[in-house]
Design a binder for this molecule. Structure first.
Ligand SMILES: NC(=O)c1ccc[n+]([C@@H]2O[C@H](COP(=O)([O-])OP(=O)(O)OC[C@H]3O[C@@H](n4cnc5c(N)ncnc54)[C@H](OP(=O)(O)O)[C@@H]3O)[C@@H](O)[C@H]2O)c1
Length: 345
């Protein structure tokens, strides 16, 4: 009989999140050679989990859920307890953090005392980061990296940092978790970053490398952006909503590119390419986006080790698995420039 562990379980779409006992998962014995990029599983004892909007949205709306009951949770950090047969690059005792498979039953949900991390979406935790900071990294940084380096096809900061010195990028929603990583990554690529946030977060965003920080509530925001770019803006990443994607469309040049994370533009602009960023697809796409994700993960990992990007500010919630349902309600009410992280033990 397998050992029992505590986890946050969802039994049906829109149902209550309940803390109960589930079977301790076991890592898949060997990599699935049919899936490009798949490297097999690690069993990880969880130390911290970060809460993401997708977690409460999944519970309420039921998207990206392959079956019930399911343990949700997408961001976690912990210590490797077992390594799937054939998995290379990881050992028992490694300190790691990961973006876990969204809504896949069978031990992949992070809201649990033990979870399976797919090796391809697992980072080695840089030793200078705390467990709380580590959990805040995977979903936010990987979404930002996909948007910039896959959707917008910008050069990697590890390849040619000064390539785009004269080029602007608009990152709408810079103080969000995804936005804070996007600002840092884009600045590392060498772009001149224009971003938006509430005035209380402007100094924080300048400290992350933004050149221009604007109040998104300013009635003349479009004019302010146009005056900075002199009507020449090729790149925009929107992490907030359809409404802000529409504003991004307005300020992009005709040959511009918009990547949106949280809502498509409802307007159109001739000549502008728009593309949707979907981190959740990466574990589901048999054509190999997990391979792309793994390549970007290595870039983010290197930048973290070199201290060229830093984690989100975190607010720590004590209480382990039991504290997660209330933590998600707190996140749903809204946070500003911080990640909520639940600490285990
Ligand atoms: N497509 C994907 O693959 C993917 C992946 C990850 C996340 N997401 C989605 O992306 C969105 C962002 O996620 P997150 O975790 O980064 O969010 P978050 O950290 O919870 O976002 C909170 C931040 O949003 C900012 N904000 C709110 N309204 C704004 C506006 N009108 N303009 C500019 N900034 C605004 C706030 O800024 P101030 O406090 O400065 O006002 C606050 O700092 C969510 O909808 C999430 O579900 C999608």
């Amino acid at each position: 009989m397998s050992a029992k562990i505590k986890a946050v379980v969802l039994h049906e779409k829109g149902g209550q999140l309940v803390v109960e006992e589930v079977d301790k998962p076991t890592p898949k014995p060997q990599p699935n050679a049919d899936v490009p990029g798949e490297q097999g599983d690690l069993l990880v004892k969880i130390k911290t989990v970060a809460l993401n909007p997708v977690d409460w949205k999944q519970a309420e709306i039921g998207f990206f859920i392959d079956g019930y009951p399911v343990v949700l949770g997408s961001d976690a950090a912990g210590i490797v307890e077992a390594v799937g047969n054939g998995v290379t690059g990881f050992s028992v005792g490694d300190e790691v953090m990961a973006y876990t498979k969204l809504g896949v039953p069978g031990g992949y949900g992070a809201f649990s005392q033990y979870a399976l991390f797919e090796a391809a979406s697992t980072f080695k935790k840089p030793p200078h980061l705390s467990w709380e900071e580590a959990a805040s990294i995977p979903v936010g940084s990987l979404t930002a990296a996909l948007g910039l380096y896959h959707n917008l096809n910008l050069p990697l900061p590890t390849e040619n940092p000064s390539f785009f010195r004269e080029e602007f990028i608009l990152i709408w929603g810079g103080s969000s978790s995804v936005g804070s990583y996007a600002v840092q990554l884009a600045a590392n690529t060498g772009l001149t970053v224009i971003t938006t946030a509430s005035p209380k977060n402007h100094d924080y965003l300048r400290s992350l490398g933004a050149a221009h920080v604007l109040d998104y509530n300013a009635p003349d925001i479009v004019d302010q952006i146009n005056s900075i770019t002199k009507n020449n803006l090729k790149y925009a990443l929107d992490v907030v909503s359809s409404e802000s994607s529409n504003i991004a469309l307005k300020v992009l040049s005709q040959n511009g590119k918009l990547a949106w994370v949280a809502g498509p533009p409802t307007d159109k602009k001739e000549g502008v390419q728009e593309t949707s960023v979907l981190l959740g697809e990466c574990h589901r796409d048999p054509k190999g986006s997990l391979k792309t994700l793994n390549r970007l993960l290595k870039v983010v990992e290197q930048l973290l080790i070199e201290g060229r990007i830093r984690p989100n500010n975190v607010e720590v919630i004590e209480g382990g698995v039991d504290a997660i349902p209330d933590g998600l309600q707190k996140l749903k009410k809204g946070v500003s420039a911080k990640k909520l992280v639940v600490k285990f033990d």
